[in-house]
Design a protein around this ligand. Structure first.
Ligand SMILES: [Zn+2]
Length: 65
């Protein structure tokens, strides 16, 4: 497998870390959108209070698509 330098990155909505599909430890589909997480603990935190983290993610506005 070739590494993709321009691989799209996603921001872990819980801790703010950048992850890609390849580096994400976990993912979760919520509200029709897929979120990627650096670790299982982050996914669990998101699952516990999705609204809280969703809003924080929105504020960032770093995603272009
Ligand atoms: Zn995280």
């Amino acid at each position: 497998m070739k590494p993709h330098p321009n691989e799209p990155t996603f921001t872990d909505p819980v801790c703010g870390m950048k992850v890609s599909r390849r580096t994400a430890a976990d993912q979760l589909e919520f509200d029709g959108k897929v979120y990627y997480f650096c670790a299982e603990v982050c996914r669990k935190a998101f699952e516990a209070e999705p609204e809280k983290f969703k809003h924080r993610h929105r504020q960032h506005g770093s995603r272009k698509s």
